[in-house]
Design a protein around this ligand. Structure first.
Ligand code: HEC
Length: 112
């Protein structure tokens, strides 16, 4: 009986590690990409150039960037004073940094 519980617990732990570790790695990569390419204008999820166009959840939703796909679109093609990133980042990196932005917006940029 105890052995069974031990195996179940071990199994759960291994399962947890398989699920959680890649997610963590993506978040870290998102943070690194953001710090390298975006933070200059979007420090703390703000916008130093266009004050109303921040990366806070309210602004994103108001301006039509409340989804990962919409964020990826503006990152890929740029807009106004924000340049396009399609030549600097791969499609996968754009996806990761967009997911990171939305994730941070949902947490109100507490970590930055
Ligand atoms: C040179 C400064 C600059 C950099 C670097 C920059 N942005 Fe922007 N970003 C802007 C400006 C300016 C706007 C407003 C564009 C407009 O609507 O005219 C904007 C808008 C946005 C928006 C829409 C926000 C809203 O509320 O409308 C998102 C999302 C965004 N940027 C994400 C990113 C990401 C992700 C990166 C890094 C890959 C990045 N930006 C890098 C200047 C920058």
């Amino acid at each position: 009986m105890l052995k069974r519980i031990a195996i179940a617990v071990l199994g759960a732990l291994v399962g947890w590690a398989i699920v959680v570790i890649p997610v963590r790695a993506e978040t870290d990569q998102g943070a690194t990409l953001f710090e390298t390419h975006c933070v200059g204008c979007h420090i703390n999820g703000g916008n130093i150039i266009r004050r109303g166009k921040t990366l806070k959840l309210k602004a994103l939703e108001k301006n039509g960037y409340g989804t990962e796909a919409a964020i990826a679109e503006i990152v890929t093609n740029g807009k106004g004073n924000m340049s396009a990133y399609q030549d600097r980042l791969t499609a996968e990196e754009i996806q990761i940094v967009s997911a990171y932005v939305l994730d941070q917006a949902r947490q109100d940029w507490q970590k930055h």
